[in-house]
Write a protein that binds this ligand. Sequence first.
Ligand SMILES: [Zn+2]
Length: 277
Amino acid sequence: MPVRATAVTHAPAKPNGAPKPSGATTATAPVKSKPVKPYRLKFAPQGKKYRFRAGAQQSIHGVKLLVEQRRSATTDQLLTQVGGWMQSVPARLLDGVDKVQVLRKHDRGLNSWVNKLQGSKGGIVEGLTRGAEITLFGATGTTFETFAHELAHTVPVSLKAWKAAARADDRVVGRMNRLGTLRQHFFGHEYLGNDQPRLTKGAVTVYGTTNRSEDIAESLRLLLSERHYGAAFASFQPDAGASHVRALAFAKIYPHRTALLEQASRSDLDGNGRINA
Ligand SMILES: [Zn+2]
């Protein structure tokens, strides 16, 4: 299901260690924000409806972005930040999105519902996608990675084709593990909670093992984050020869997943100048 549950330790507020996003958040064109009136959200899986307090909104490539009211400066900052993210990803990726809304609080009811469903404890839902509507939660804001993960749930990818791509990638990543050592790099900061990249056969991260849709979402998150942070998510040290450690991009370890995501989004996601490399 399109829910990303993160361990408590992976709360959205990351005072230290989180790298400054490259360019994307500052390159936003001036936008006119309009006030949003309160309304009730309809997505709650447990049948409860949530109240959206007043906020601000703007339109990015025809997609409505709503930010729930916080201290007014933060509301405007978030509107600019998330708006910048939406403008920074290939426009095609927004084709399946009507609305992105950033709520002020994590939802405790939703958190416990998901924890019960997954047999986990203390998980926090950072984002949720229903159809063409993406909801992001957080008192201090949200992260690019959560946005990228949720965005993936709106991109049409065949689960059957994904299964085949994942199998083909197993051979690539299996070979690398035989020839040397793969290590997590994660754009300069540490992975926390259940986000851990596995760098071995099977799903790309621990959360990706939930089901194939989550593996797709985690794959797009890693691919887009490499562009966003300007850093590869892993490194490779060969056993033989001049054993220099080199940065290794997602597309090198998971070329078949990358090709499928490029096909589905008709975008050059790995930045190599080609689509479906
Ligand atoms: Zn998800």
